[in-house]
Design a binder for this molecule. Structure first.
Ligand code: SAM
Length: 208
């Protein structure tokens, strides 16, 4: 992306009330941001926000926060919410590596949708379902820990399933071809793309 476009994206998101600019200041008290005691669900690697925009519309009594590391991507989510305002959705631009600096025992559910697979062994720690990340998530969950993951990547799916179990999660639900099942499902951008190409979508829901 050209520098001019990156600068434009940066300006646009920095002017939006939907971007939480200094998220650390709400640590342990994100309910004050939403001004209610509703559950808080986050999506890590939210991309252009399609999933959370739809979730927030469908579930007005849940608060949602989308976390995305790139300005050039999150700007699309910000543009969409500016056009169709929602009180129960906000975004944070950050690398989730620092997630435990932002939340403290206040999150009810984490969504991991089509996370980057990082296929090389030496990059394992970067996978959002590695033990490194799962240990960080332990500090941000309120009481019950609840993760819902979808992916088209078989290797990441198998790796994540093992990682969840190794970290004491129990499997509540699992699907090897989500779109063949008649379940309620809000799709993500990548999910639409990959299922249109004929790939099966894997889903796993775990808790502890
Ligand atoms: C493959 S895309 C999937 C986007 C969206 N969840 C979907 O399903 O359409 C992965 C996204 O996660 C973001 N991402 C990857 N690692 C991240 C991290 N450590 N912290 C925040 N965002 C991350 C990437 O920038 C990218 O936008």
């Amino acid at each position: 992306m050209r520098l001019k476009h990156v600068k434009k994206a940066e300006e646009k998101i920095n002017h939006s009330t939907y971007l939480i600019k200094e998220p650390q200041q709400y640590k342990g008290n994100f309910k004050s941001l939403f001004q209610n005691n509703n559950e808080i669900h986050i999506e890590i690697g939210t991309g252009k926000g399609l999933f959370l925009l739809q979730m927030a519309k469908t579930y007005p009594n849940i608060n949602f926060i989308g976390i995305e590391k790139y300005d050039s991507v999150i700007v699309r989510a910000i543009e969409k919410i500016e056009e169709n305002p929602l009180d129960n959705l906000r975004f944070i631009r950050m690398d989730a590596t620092n997630i435990e600096e932002v939340f403290d025992h206040e999150i009810n559910t984490i969504y991991l949708n089509f996370s980057d697979p990082w296929p090389k062994d030496r990059h394992e720690k970067r996978r959002l379902t590695s033990s490194v990340f799962l240990k960080k998530y332990d500090t941000i969950f309120k009481d019950k820990k609840h993760i819902i993951m979808k992916t088209d990547n078989r290797h990441l799916f198998e790796y994540s399933t093992i990682s969840f179990v190794k970290n004491d999660y129990k499997i509540d639900d699992i699907s090897l071809d989500l779109h063949k099942e008649q379940t309620e499902n809000i799709q993500t951008e990548y999910e639409i793309k990959f299922s249109n190409l004929g790939y099966p979508i894997y889903k796993i829901e775990v808790s502890k």
